[in-house]
Write a protein that binds this ligand. Structure first.
Ligand code: ATP
Length: 513
C-alpha cells in the first residue's frame, strides 16, 4: 500500500490535472499557501457551499443568512480579542532557520503515536481474523493502552500550558519529547513566541489620513455586529441563527498541507443566539446536528470523530472539533464552539451600543449567548476530494483511477457520448445535451474510444455517462453507466433526465440529516 505522503501527493496532482485546484499565480512560481480553484474546483466548491447553505438556512426556519463585508471597523478586532489574543505559538529551528507552530509540532508527534496504535490494530486484525474485536483489543491490549495514555498525557499538558500561556513549558515539552526539526533533523530550538495572525492593510489615499484595517480573520464578527439589525428587521425570536459564508485571511506560520491550511480561505459559519444557561444543551444538539450533515454525504462514519478541546479559546466555555481522516491523519474539519456572551458583550462595551434581546416571555432584556458552528469550505473540499480519489484494481488485470465524489456535489453530473462520430449519433447526443443542460452541468465528448472516454469521466468524477449508439436510432434507448459500480443499464431517452435528477437532488441527500 502506498504511504500517506504518496497518497497526498496523488491528491494534489490529480486536483491540478483535472482542473480542480491550481497554485495561485503559478506562472510567477506561485504564492505560498494561496490557491485558485479551476473550472471543476469552482463547481465542486459551489456545490459544497450550497449543500451547507440549504441544510443550515433553507431547512431551518429560524436561521437566516447574511453577506457582510470583509473590511470591518478596526475596533471590531479590539472587541473580538483578535488584536490581543489571535496568536499562534511559534518556534524556530536555529539550524534550518525554519519556523513552526509549537503546538503543531507536538500534535504531529502525537499523531505518530496514534499511527502506532493503528499499526497494532492492523497487525492484530490479521492475526485474529474473523474473531477480531477491535473495541476489545483497544481497551485491553497493554501496548495500545500505553500508547493511548502517552498521547493523552502529552495533549493534556500542551493544552494546559497554552491555556496558562506558559510558553516555556511548551518548549520544555518539545525538548522532553525529543522532537526534531523535519528539515535539519536537529533539536536546536529557539524559545516559543506568540505571533499575531491578522493581515493588516490601509484604507484611504494619503499616508497621514489612512486608517489601519485588518482583513477579517473569521466571518463570525460580521454576524455579531449585525445581530440587532437582523433580529429587528427579521423579527427573530430567540433561539435563532445567522449564517454566512465568505473569505477569511490568516497569516499562517506553517502553511503546508495544500488547501488544509491556507492564508486566504473561505468559511461557512453559523451563530446561534440562545438564552443564557441553555448553552450546554445547544452545544450538544449542534454537535450532533453537524455530524449528521457530514454523514449524509456517505463518506464513511469511521472517517469522523469528535475531539473535545482542552485548551479553550478566549471566548469559549466549551468547544469540540469534528475531525476528519485526511490523507495525513485525523485533523480538524469543523469547530463547534459555545461562545457565551463574550462577543456581544464586548461589542457593547467597545461601541457603547446596546446589543440586547428583549425576551417577551421573561419580560426582560439580556445579552444572548452564542453557539457557533464553523467549518472551512476549502477544508471540506479537501475532505471530499481526498476521500473520493481511489485507484481500483479491475478484474481484467487493469486498474482505473476514479474520483467517487458524492453525486450531489460532483461538478458535472453527466457526460453524453455518441458511440461513433457518424450515422446521426452525434446529433442525437447533442440534442440530449441541449435538453439536460437546463437542469445540470453536462459535457459532450466524442473523442477516442468509448472506454477511454469512460475513464476520463471516472477520473474527473462525473457520476453518470449516457451513451448513444445504433440501437438508439431504432428504439430511442441509451445506456446509462454508473461511475462507481461501472454498471450499465439500457433506459429510454426520455427517462434520462428523471433518473439523474433523482440521484443528484440535494433534497434526497439532505433527507439523511
Ligand atoms: P486550526 O487549529 O487548524 O488552525 P482553528 O481552530 O484556528 O484551526 P477556527 O478558528 O475554529 O480554526 O476556524 C474554523 C474552521 O475554519 C476550521 O475548522 C477550519 O475548517 C477552517 N480554517 C481555519 N483556518 C484555516 C486555514 N488557514 N485554511 C483553511 N481553513 C481554515
Amino acid at each position: 500500500m502506498a504511504n500517506q505522503e504518496d497518497i497526498f501527493k496523488k491528491v494534489i496532482s490529480h486536483a491540478k490535472e483535472y482542473g480542480y485546484i491550481f497554485q495561485s499565480s503559478e506562472i510567477y512560481d506561485g504564492l505560498s499557501a494561496v490557491y485558485d480553484y479551476g473550472q471543476n474546483g469552482a463547481e465542486l466548491k459551489k456545490n459544497i457551499r450550497e449543500y451547507w447553505w440549504k441544510a443550515m438556512v433553507q431547512l431551518n426556519d429560524n436561521i437566516v443568512g447574511i453577506d457582510a463585508a470583509i473590511f470591518m471597523h478596526p475596533t471590531t478586532w479590539k472587541a473580538s480579542g483578535h488584536v490581543d489574543a489571535f496568536n499562534d505559538p511559534l518556534i524556530d529551528n536555529k539550524d534550518s532557520k525554519k519556523r513552526y507552530r509549537a503546538d503543531v509540532l507536538v500534535e504531529d508527534h502525537v499523531a505518530k503515536i496514534e499511527a502506532k496504535i493503528d499499526k497494532e490494530v492492523t497487525k492484530a486484525a490479521k492475526r485474529f481474523g474473523d474473531s477480531f474485536d477491535k473495541d476489545q483489543f483497544l481497551s485491553t491490549n497493554q501496548r495500545v493502552l500505553d500508547y493511548q495514555n502517552k498521547a493523552t498525557t502529552i495533549l493534556k499538558r500542551l493544552g494546559q500550558s497554552l491555556e496558562k500561556e506558559d510558553l516555556a513549558d511548551v518548549k520544555a515539552l518539545i525538548e522532553e519529547l525529543g522532537i526534531v526539526c523535519p528539515v535539519s533533523g536537529s533539536k536546536n530550538w529557539t524559545d516559543v513566541k506568540q505571533f499575531n495572525l491578522m493581515f493588516g492593510t490601509k484604507l484611504g489615499a494619503s499616508a497621514d489620513t489612512a486608517t489601519d484595517l485588518y482583513l477579517r480573520p473569521e466571518t463570525a464578527q460580521g454576524i455579531f455586529v449585525n445581530f440587532l439589525n437582523v433580529q429587528k428587521t427579521g423579527r427573530m425570536k430567540i433561539p435563532f441563527g445567522i449564517a454566512q459564508t465568505g473569505k477569511a485571511f490568516r497569516n499562517e506560520i506553517v502553511a503546508r498541507q495544500f488547501i488544509f491550511r491556507m492564508r486566504e480561505f473561505e468559511q461557512m459559519e453559523m451563530q446561534y443566539f440562545i438564552k443564557p444557561g441553555t448553552q450546554k444543551e445547544w452545544y450538544e444538539a449542534w454537535k450532533e446536528k453537524r455530524m449528521k450533515w457530514h454523514l449524509s454525504l456517505g463518506m464513511g462514519k469511521e472517517n469522523y470523530r469528535y475531539h473535545d478541546h482542552e485548551k479553550l479559546a478566549h471566548y469559549a466555555d466549551a468547544a469540540a472539533d469534528i475531525e476528519f481522516k485526511f490523507p495525513f491523519g485525523f485533523k480538524e474539519l469543523e469547530g463547534i464552539h459555545s461562545r457565551t456572551d463574550f462577543d456581544l458583550a464586548s461589542h457593547e462595551k467597545y461601541s457603547g451600543k446596546k446589543l440586547q434581546y428583549f425576551d417577551p416571555e421573561l419580560n426582560e432584556s439580556y445579552v444572548p449567548y452564542v453557539l457557533e458552528t464553523s467549518i472551512g469550505l476549502d477544508r471540506m473540499f479537501l475532505a471530499v476530494f481526498s476521500n473520493s480519489l481511489v485507484e481500483e484494481q479491475l478484474e481484467n488485470n487493469t486498474s482505473r483511477v476514479v474520483l467517487k465524489l458524492p453525486a450531489v456535489l460532483a461538478p458535472t453530473k453527466v457526460a453524453v457520448l455518441p458511440l461513433l462520430r457518424k450515422d446521426g449519433l452525434p446529433e442525437i447526443a447533442q440534442k440530449l445535451v441541449n435538453e439536460l443542460k437546463w437542469n445540470f452541468n453536462v459535457v459532450y465528448d466524442e473523442k477516442d474510444a468509448v472506454g477511454r472516454r469512460y475513464r476520463r469521466q471516472d477520473a474527473v468524477g462525473t457520476p453518470f455517462c449516457v451513451t448513444v449508439d445504433h440501437q438508439t436510432l431504432e428504439d430511442e434507448t441509451v445506456t446509462i453507466r454508473h461511475r462507481d459500480s461501472m454498471e450499465q443499464q439500457r433506459i429510454a431517452l426520455s427517462e434520462v433526465k428523471g433518473i439523474i435528477a433523482k440521484e443528484v437532488d440535494m433534497k434526497e441527500w439532505l433527507k439523511g440529516i
